[in-house]
Structure formats: C-alpha cells, structure tokens
Design a protein around this ligand. Structure first.
Ligand code: BGC
Length: 743
C-alpha cells in the first residue's frame, strides 16, 4: 500500500469540502488579508478564542466578535442560535463548531485502536466519513481527531483513541482518517502534537522524553501524514517533551510543523493547555503563559480565556508583536475560507441526528466492525460454532452491555442503538435453531461473584459457552491510566470456574487495550479480541463466531503477558546481549517470559495461509530505485479468507542501532479456498534509512534484510544491498511509501 497512492486515491474521493488549487488559494489569501485589514486588535484576538458550550460561554460574546470557534456544540438548534448571533456581529466571521467525533457521531464505529486492527485504510476512511456525515448534518464542522499519537504502552488509557505502536501503519491510517472526515464534511485536527503517547509510567498527562531522531523516525510520521493529507489543524499536546511543554514548544510548532513541513493551517491548544504552562513551571501567570504559547506557535486558546484576556495588553506593551497575532488570525481565517464557511447558508435548527443510525450507516458499521475482530487463539478449533451445536450459554457482564459496546468518546451515541453480543448471538442462533441462555456471572466491574453459580449452571447445560469479558469502558480513554492490566475484578476467578465445567469455551474480549490474561490464555481455547465494536458490534461478533465472516483482524500493538513488560513493542532495538534461553546474563526477566503473549501483526483465521516462492526483484539498489518483493500466498483451507501480507526490513549494520524489524508495507488480500495470489510489495529505497537529530534523513550503504509473512514473526526471505549512501534534507523526506500489485 503506497502511502502517496492511498492519499491520491482518497483525495480523489474527498470532494465535500473545497480543496484549493493555486488560483483559488491566491483568491483566499486576498480575502484573508482584506478581512484582516478591517479588524481591530480585539476582533483579531477574538478569532483566537475557542470556548465550550456551557460555562464560561457568554452567548453575547458571539455577537461582539469575541469568539472564533466553539466546541461541544452537538445539535442544529445551538448551531443555528450561534449563527444568528454571528450575523449580528460587525464582521460576521463564521465560527468553527468543534467536537470530539472520533469513531462516530450517532452511529458508533469501533474505537480507533480496534479500527486499526482491520489493517484496512479503506475502512478507516469509511468509518471517518460516516462519523463526519452524521456530525456535519447538524452543523458540526470540525473534529478533534484523528489522534495521531503512537503508543507503546497500554497502561496509557488513551491508546484506545489511536492506531497502536507502528509509525507506518499509523501514517497510512491517520491519512485515511483525515481524508474520510473531509469527505464527510468535517475539518480534522490531528492531535496531540506531540509525544503524548509516551508518558512516563503510562500515566496520562505525565512527562515524555524522546530523543529528536526518535521523534522523527517514530512519533512524528503519523502527524506528518496528517499534514500531507491536509488536515485543517493540529492540537498541541498537554505533555512536556524533553522538558519543554508542547503548548509552548517552538521546535515542534514552528520549526517542524511550519518550517519543515510547510503546514499553513492553524494550531489549537488542548483544553486549558495554555493555562497549564503555569503548572508546568514555565510561566508565572496567565499573561506569560499566553505570551509563550502564541510566540511558540499556538494560534487558538481552547477554554483558557487567556488570549482574549491578555494578548491585547501584551501587544500594547510591546511584548508580543502584532504581526504574530496577525499571522495566527490569518491561519484561522484561511482555514475558514478553505472550508467554505463564509459562503454557507444558515442551518435549519430543526435538523437532528434522529434519522441515524440508518440502514446504510448500520451496514457500514457492521462491515468495519467485523474486520476489526482479532482471533488471538483457536485451540481445538472451538470456533466457528459447529453445525451440531444445540445450545449456547452466553456468559459475562459485557455480554449485554449496550453502553460499553459504544466505547469512550461516543459523541451523540445512544446506548439503545447498540446491538449487544447477546442480541447478535441470539438472532443468529435462532436462525440456526440453537437455544441461547444468558447469565452475567458478575457485575460490570466483576467485584461480586454472587451470580457465578447460576452462570456455571448455565455453562454446564450448554454445548458451547461464549464468555464476554474484559474492560468496561469506564476503565478506558482519557485519564484512565491503569497500573494493573490484569482482567479487572474477579474475572479470572469467574473464567476459571467456567473453564472447570469442561465445556468448550470461546472468550470474546472487549476493551480499549490488551489485558493481561494470566492463566486464562491456557485454560480457554479460543479467544477473540473485539475491542469496543460499536453500534453493530453484536452482529459483527456473531458474524465471526458463527463463521459467516472469517476473522482477519491483526494486532496493531504487541500484547504483553504481564504489566511489568511495558512498554513493549516489536520494532525495538537490539541489545548487546540478545536472549539466550537459560543464560541469565542475556535479555530476560527472571519471573516472566521475555516474549509477548501475542506479537504485533498477529491474528488467526478459520483458514490457513501458506507463503511461498518469495523473491526480490533486484538485489542491489541505489537512489530512485525500489525494493520489490514478491510472494505467493495460498489459501490452504476450505473457507474464503483474508490475510494481511506484511513486509518488514532490518538494517543489521549501521552507524547507529536500528530496530530488529520495521513494517514497511502491507496489503490485505482475499483468497478463495485453494486459491494462490502472487503479491508484489514495493518500497522506495529512500524509505530504508533513518533520521538524524536535525531531521535530515540518511540511507546508509550496506545490506538490508527482508522478511515477509502474516505477522511480525514473518520469515526472512533474503537481503538487498544499498550500493551508495543517500542523504535527504528534512524537507525532501517523504513519508515511507510502498505499493502492492496483486498479479
Ligand atoms: C482532550 C482532547 C479533546 C479535548 C476537547 C481534552 O481533554 O485531551 O483530546 O479534544 O479535551 O474535548
């Protein structure tokens, strides 16, 4: 999947919001400058002010030109009221209406981490497009998404909002999400810029240390992909990066974003992020915080009221040049013109989202959800449900949890819209003449096991147990860091009791991150990761359980055996003492295996795929050429199925240690029983190198090892030789790209 190809394809589809050619761009700049010329300092600063619905919003501020954007407006009535007030203001500059629309507005799609498991940018685009279509229907025009924060630490609750641990997968999916939002009518805000996904100890908001070269190689590429996909805005992160809070970080916000990447949209702070510069200890008061943030490159103040309260005086006192304010206003006005907001008719206040979920949105949600489900293990082929099955016991506190199906950040989601796993299984079982019983076994947090005996009884009386456990949604998302990733409450005890019945059990796990399974991974033969699958989740899970849809999800992050293994990720650096079994003085734990429970890119199918005849087209490479790898993939089983062909490389001898493996390309393919396809994955030689601290990029001469397969355990298939070193200055570096041609 070539990133630029994906972007091209997606932007060809993205027509709902006008993207400008050079002429249109010039016209916009003219209009921006004309308008700016008419504005008072107070009106300019008003454009930088982003206020939430509810306190402290004073509605009259809208007609007085003191607000440039609002957030948490989620219905047409409020939008219409705000629009009418804007019409009473002197310059009538339309507002941005922002909301956290991450994975759906009314119809809920899987949370982004789950959606990433589909390894399918088309579906990421589709999910974002639907979310945007529904939100923009009621007047929302700006989403605080996608979250482009890479994370290697599932203690961090917000890992659920992103794409997992891989910069290449993250870049492809972030771009697809930006494009999908645009197609559906929402401007995107790539967040949280940057390094927010690597807080120490996995603690949300805590500080981050990431060397600059590592920023460029690992944490920045998904943001860069968002910029290349023309996200309208970025959001500065809460955290401090290497001691410099992101909200006042001129290196990030000006040097990298504006100078190196050429981004000309605007940057908003996160929620009172500017005021928090005082807590970070780099500003004595609100005025200094406002000054530091605007000078570093934050254009908009979310909920701080510090820009509106202090910047006019800062300008008058000569501490902030008015030209800096002008540039920020320009970026915001430019965005509003690009979005066509000045030419949009007023919204009908009676519009509502009540027409959703529609038949079509449900269909799309089901299509996406079933591709996100990962079959982690399937010992004894417990799944799919066998044809002779007469009765199923659906057990667990999450089996019928309509609220938890939606996951965190559900915008206008109604739990009543959700199809739960119990409902999905009941519906499907009924059509096959299978009886279904249900027992929760414990409460949602699984603190009490009072209901366990009834569940054990139900299990004993059934041919098959479908257990639905995991992480209730309250334990996931923002401010939901966990120090213990074991299945919460008494879930292990309950699952052990169910396993002791000797009945075949399939465990459907829900949650926003990998959970530590402990003994359960050995006691329960079949385990599916369903994430928070959304409105149609119950149907999607049933599709997979019954084999109507062959699971094809792959893990977008490494699944640990123990919390103490975190952070854990596949693309780690080698050590001087690689693991040698039974040798204490090599890389290992004395109380846990060094390997993860399931590796990155892992996911089984009900069929088997065989990889053979891998070949590399050209064994020596120089600038401008590409690494072309071909492999034949055969479906050896009797069901149609999809696999994700994954290509990894390693630079084994370089001037600095390079990761043991790096994903460089992937392609999701579908194969009929017995069918063989020959797949070619192509990587430009320019993406085989690494960054230096100054952001320049080098590909050193020497060997590159190549691995191809269906997970990050892919087999080595040979080496290529880069004959001459290649050096690229930062601005010429394109996001890593590869392509695939099914033959
Ligand atoms: C979060 C952002 C979010 C904002 C507005 C903050 O607490 O960090 O991700 O967009 O609130 O809801």
């Amino acid at each position: 999947m070539r990133l630029s190809y994906v972007l091209g394809l997606l932007s060809a589809l993205a027509v709902a919001l006008p993207l400008s050619g050079a002429k249109a761009q010039e016209a916009i700049e003219r209009r921006v400058n004309e308008l700016l010329g008419q504005m008072t300092l107070e009106e300019k600063v008003g454009q930088l002010n982003l206020v939430s619905h509810g306190p402290p919003l004073r509605w009259e501020d809208l007609s007085e030109g003191k607000v440039g954007a609002v957030l948490n407006f989620n219905n047409a009535q409020d939008v219409a009221r705000a629009q009418a007030l804007i019409q009473q203001s002197r310059l009538k500059i339309p507002l941005l209406y922002g909301l956290d629309v991450l994975h759906g507005f009314r119809t809920q799609f899987p949370l982004p981490l789950g959606e990433a498991a589909a390894f399918n940018p088309r579906l990421s685009f589709l999910a974002s497009e639907w979310a945007a279509k529904e939100a923009s229907h009621v007047g929302v025009n700006w989403t605080f998404a996608p979250m482009a924060d890479l994370s290697r630490d599932s203690r961090w609750g917000r890992i659920v909002e992103g794409f997992g641990e891989d910069p290449y997968l993250g870049s492809v999916l972030t771009a697809a999400r930006v494009e999908g939002f645009r197609k559906g009518g929402l401007a995107a805000s790539a967040k949280h810029f940057a390094g927010y996904g690597a807080p120490q100890g996995g603690r949300d908001y805590d500080t981050t240390y990431i060397p600059r070269a590592e920023m460029y190689d690992t944490y920045l590429p998904p943001f860069r992909a968002a910029a290349e996909a023309k996200t309208a805005s970025f959001m500065a992160a809460f955290n401090a990066l290497n001691g410099e809070p992101s909200t006042a970080n001129a290196w990030l916000l000006t040097d990298v974003l504006r100078k190196q990447w050429g981004f000309d949209g605007f940057v908003t702070s996160d929620w009172v992020g500017i005021g928090e510069l005082v807590n970070h200890g780099i500003a004595a008061d609100g005025a200094e915080a406002a000054r530091k943030a605007i000078l570093a490159g934050v254009d908009m103040d979310m909920m701080g009221l510090l820009y509106i309260n202090h910047l006019p005086d800062e300008v008058r006192a000569g501490r902030v040049p008015e030209s800096v304010i002008d540039e920020s206003v320009r970026r915001i006005l430019r965005t509003k013109f690009r979005l066509g907001l000045f030419d949009q008719p007023a919204i009908d206040p009676n519009r509502s989202e009540a027409g959703f979920p529609s038949k079509e949105s449900r269909q799309a949600a089901r299509e996406v959800a079933r591709e996100t489900i990962v079959l982690l293990q399937n010992n004894n082929d417990v799944l799919p449900v066998k044809s002779g099955t007469r009765s199923i016991a659906v057990i667990g506190p999450l089996a019928d949890a309509s609220h938890d199906m939606m996951g965190p950040h559900a915008a206008r989601g109604h739990k009543e819209d959700s199809i739960t796993v119990l409902q999905g299984v009941r519906e499907r079982a009924q059509s096959a003449g299978i009886t279904v019983s249900h027992a929760p076994a414990c409460d949602l947090m699984c603190r009490s096991t009072e209901q366990l005996p009834a569940a054990v009884e139900a299990a004993k009386n059934a041919d098959l147990v479908i257990a639905v456990f995991g992480e209730p949604q309250e334990l996931s998302g923002e401010a939901a860091s966990r120090a213990h990733l074991e299945l919460n409450g008494k879930q292990i005890e309950v699952l052990e009791a169910l396993a002791a019945t000797g009945k075949p059990i399939a465990l459907v796990l829900m949650g926003g991150r990998p959970q530590v399974l402990g003994p359960i991974a050995e006691r329960i033969p079949s385990i599916l990761m369903a994430w928070y699958p959304g409105t149609e989740g119950g149907h999607a899970v049933a599709d997979v359980l019954f084999g109507d849809f062959n699971p094809s999800g792959k893990l977008p992050l490494t699944w640990p055996r123990a919390t103490g293994q975190l952070p854990i990720y596949y693309n780690r650096l080698p050590t001087g003492r690689p693991t040698i079994p039974n040798n204490r003085f090599t890389l290992h734990y004395i109380d846990e295996a060094i390997t993860p429970l399931y590796p990155f890119g892992w996911g089984l199918s009900y069929t088997q795929f065989d990889y053979s005849n891998a070949s590399i087209a050209q064994k020596t490479l120089e600038s401008g050429q590409s690494l072309d790898v071909s492999v034949s993939v055969t479906n050896k089983g009797s069901r149609i199925g999809q696999d994700v062909v994954q290509l990894y490389t390693r630079d084994p001898v370089a001037s600095r240690s390079r990761p043991l493996r790096e994903l460089k390309a992937f392609e999701k393919i579908s194969l009929n029983p017995g069918e063989t396809k020959r797949i070619t994955l192509r990587i430009p030689v320019e993406s085989l190198g690494f960054h230096l601290d100054d952001g320049s990029y080098i590909v050193e001469a020497g060997a590159i090892q190549v691995f191809v397969g269906g997970s990050s355990l892919a087999e080595p298939i040979g080496e290529v030789e880069v004959t001459k070193p290649i050096q690229l200055p930062q601005e010429e570096r394109r996001a890593s790209a590869s392509t695939s041609v099914a033959q």
